[in-house]
Design a protein around this ligand. Structure first.
Ligand code: ATP
Length: 352
């Protein structure tokens, strides 16, 4: 397996800038997830790493050596895409061994590798079947198996679970994680699903409009988003964000938002315009001693908890309450925004 370096990659399609200067480092054996909204350039980046698309500028390196001049085959990457593209006339075993047959690996060795991968994926009883006789999830595993058998430099996976229903998806996701722990292959995995990104990624790369906004451990992406773009993109329901002013007065610090003010505790952030963010799950309910009064508009049941949409000052606010809560529309509640749950941004970028 190889470490991957992406250096200053730029790519335009006609007038459309798909990638505007991307730098990224993926360690040997790391599971890296590219996450971002549709059209942000994830697939283009993957295709450039694979050697299927040529960049306008920049370089791709495996283990520190440029591979720009190498064909996809010479780069020895295994790709699994949304459409599994299994050969319909071949059995599962033949599909899985195809890459090795092309490389003229001895038959006995192919058989052993296919069986090992099939065991890992729990599909050894399907080896004689044709793809048409498999469920979506099974086809998915065969496609993964075909990639695993090759023992490539790099696995490139582009939304490989998007055709599966939610339950199957969760199952295959767990399986992928387990397989990665066993094989420790270098993986670059594209998704627009944040749950998938946070559960699978050791490094999560949040992209938007052809740029990397943050490349970090999943915990940090969630707890210390570097920009309002990342803050909004990660977390469900979305983080509450308010434009306002930080004011220091008589030894006290507060944030003045649209029609409400919050005590922000000790802070080093200079006074002036700022955006305050707080995640719905970090907001607590308190007594009347707290000046944050909200009026409930809508309560939605999510099973494990309830999500409340309310009005605070002149702005909307979303917060979570326990499933036992009896809150209902038109109730007045007192909210607490604990200082440790607050995020501050200036010009869209985190400050603190
Ligand atoms: P999705 O999640 O929808 O697959 P993505 O993040 O993978 O999106 P890309 O497919 O990389 O995005 O596309 C990035 C941008 O480049 C988009 O604006 C897209 O329309 C454009 N683009 C991609 N491929 C081509 C192409 N072959 N010709 C013209 N424009 C393209």
């Amino acid at each position: 397996m190889a470490a991957l370096t992406v250096q200053g990659i730029r790519k335009r399609f006609g007038k459309v800038p798909a990638l505007r200067g991307v730098d990224l480092q993926v360690a040997d054996g790391e599971f890296c997830v590219l996450l971002g909204p549709s059209g942000c350039g994830k697939s283009t980046l993957l295709s450039i790493v694979a050697g299927l698309t040529a960049p306008d500028e920049g370089s791709i390196l495996f283990d520190g050596r440029p591979v720009d001049h190498l064909s996809p085959r010479e780069r020895d990457v295994a790709m699994v895409f949304q459409s599994y593209a299994l050969y319909p006339h071949m059995t599962v075993a033949e599909n899985m061994g195809f890459g090795l047959r092309m490389r003229r690996v001895p038959k006995s060795e192919i058989r052993r590798s296919v069986l090992d991968a099939a065991r890992l994926l729990g599909i050894e009883n399907l080896l004689d079947r044709k793809p048409r006789d498999l469920s979506g999830g099974q086809r998915q595993r065969v496609a993964m198996g075909r990639a695993i058998v090759r023992r490539p430099n790099l696995f490139l996976l582009d939304e490989p679970l998007s055709n599966l229903d939610a339950r199957l998806r969760a199952g295959v996701r767990l399986e992928l994680k387990r397989i990665h722990q066993q094989l420790r292959g270098t993986v670059v995995y594209v998704t627009h699903d944040q749950v998938e990104a946070l559960t699978l990624g050791e490094q999560v790369v949040v992209m938007g409009e052809g740029r990397i906004h943050q490349a970090d451990a999943p915990e940090r992406i969630y707890s210390r988003p570097r920009s309002t773009f990342v803050a909004r993109f990660i977390g469900s329901p979305e983080m509450n964000l308010y434009r306002g002013q930080i004011v220091h007065e008589k030894g006290k610090n507060r944030f003045e938002g649209p029609g409400f003010a919050v005590d922000i505790g000790r802070t080093q952030i200079p006074a002036g315009e700022a955006e305050l963010g707080i995640r719905p799950e970090d907001i607590r309910m308190g007594g009347p001693e707290f000046s944050l009064t909200a009026r409930v508009q809508l309560v939605s049941h999510l099973g494990a908890e309830k999500i409340v949409n309310a009005q605070i000052g002149n702005a909307p606010i979303t917060f979570c309450v326990s499933k036992e809560s009896r809150l209902q529309a038109d109730d007045r509640v007192y909210l607490v925004m604990p200082p440790e749950g607050l995020h501050f941004f200036r010009n869209g970028l985190r400050v603190d």
